[in-house]
Write a protein that binds this ligand. Structure first.
Ligand code: NDP
Length: 324
């Protein structure tokens, strides 16, 4: 039988974790024929809740789930890990300064990066979901010098999926008719969902909608969707975030011609090298590649630059805090 793939999930007892684990165990992360072993990492006070989730996973009798381990020790959690989904993070609370937020997350993602460096399998792939995701990924990456830098990624797939859904609703087409959607930059309110390269039935999406809708409705709706969900649901998005994490890893492993992911920049499109920024990407042979050769007009340039500037500021801040 095939050796199970070890998938480590941090913040496993949280709400995204609850929506994520059952889909991993049922075969949606890697494919319906790949057995998985789950490793749940939690802070000590949440280990018991993670154990409860593990009981429910047991009760599903998933044919592909070959085992579950639960720990508060990162070294154990990442030992032999092939995939790491870093979901647990320190959320921003009212009145918290950015420096404090980055410092608190440095205390989480630095040690986790080191544990990945020292204990994970050679083919480890890391997706950071916990916010500020791009910069948390940068911190983890810098603590893992022996792991190829490109294995550290951050999630903008939820933004991508939101953009698909908003455009599909506007044009009244199925989401499957939309190709080449792109999210650029940071997973934050400065992100830029790009309709100038997206295509619907072979036509450029930006030409099928009016400029005012694109600028004043589409972009802010996608960028602020998280807040709208909190407002409506009374809790932050969880199932859709988990779904996007599944999409990201599935495409990374199994390949895709075009999606959005935050990956280390090689300098493409004027994004400073090393920043973990969202790009239009393909995945081939298990590796992300930035899609090259797109023309960027002044409208897009300005928005990409603004989001990248924010990422640079975050990088400078974590450098000054000694976190990278
Ligand atoms: P959630 O499971 O709802 O969210 C987890 C993280 O995902 C948050 O940082 C959140 O950021 C982020 N996130 C990214 N994208 C989205 C999105 N689109 N919608 C919603 N969230 C998004 O948080 P919970 O508080 O329910 O659970 C967190 C768990 O993590 C807790 O069980 C806690 O004990 C654990 N934890 C574990 C750590 C560890 O393993 N070492 C360290 C820290 C916490 P944002 O807050 O900005 O929405």
């Amino acid at each position: 039988a095939q050796t199970p793939v070890k998938v480590t999930v941090t913040g496993a007892a949280g709400q995204i974790g609850y929506a994520l684990l059952f889909r991993i165990a049922s075969g949606h992360l890697l494919g319906a024929d790949v057995p998985v072993k789950l490793s749940l990492l939690e802070i000590p006070q949440a280990v018991k809740a993670a154990e409860g989730t593990a009981m429910e996973l047991d009760d599903c009798a998933f044919p592909l789930l070959s085992g579950i381990e639960i720990t508060d020790d990162a070294n154990k959690a990442f030992d032999g890990a092939n995939i790491a989904l870093l979901v647990g993070a320190r959320p921003r609370t009212a009145g918290m300064e950015r420096g404090d937020l980055l410092q608190a997350n440095g205390g989480i993602f630095g040690p986790q990066g080191k544990a990945i460096n020292d204990h994970a399998a050679d083919d480890i792939r890391v997706l950071v979901v916990g916010n500020p995701a791009n910069t948390n990924a940068l911190i983890a990456q810098h603590s893992a010098p022996d792991v190829p830098a490109e294995r550290f990624t951050a999630m903008t797939r939820l933004d991508h999926n939101r953009a698909l859904s908003q455009l599909a609703a506007k044009l009244q087409v199925p989401v499957t008719e939309i190709k080449k959607m792109t999210i650029w930059g940071n997973h934050s309110a400065t992100q830029y969902p790009d309709l100038f390269h997206a295509e619907v039935g072979g036509k450029i999406a930006a030409e099928l909608v009016d400029d005012a809708w694109l600028r004043d409705t589409f972009i802010p709706t996608v960028a602020k969707r998280g807040a709208a969900i909190i407002e409506a649901r009374g809790a932050s998005s969880a199932a859709s975030a988990a779904n996007a994490a599944i999409d990201h890893v599935f495409d990374w492993v199994n390949g895709t011609e075009w999606t959005s992911a935050a990956i280390p920049s090689d300098g493409s499109y004027g994004v400073p090298e090393g920043l973990i920024s969202s790009f239009p990407v393909a995945s081939r042979n298990g590796k992300w590649e930035i899609i090259q050769g797109l023309e960027i007009d002044a409208f897009s340039r300005e928005r990409i630059d603004a989001s990248v500037r924010e990422l640079e500021e975050e990088r400078t801040a974590v450098r000054e805090l000694g976190l990278i």
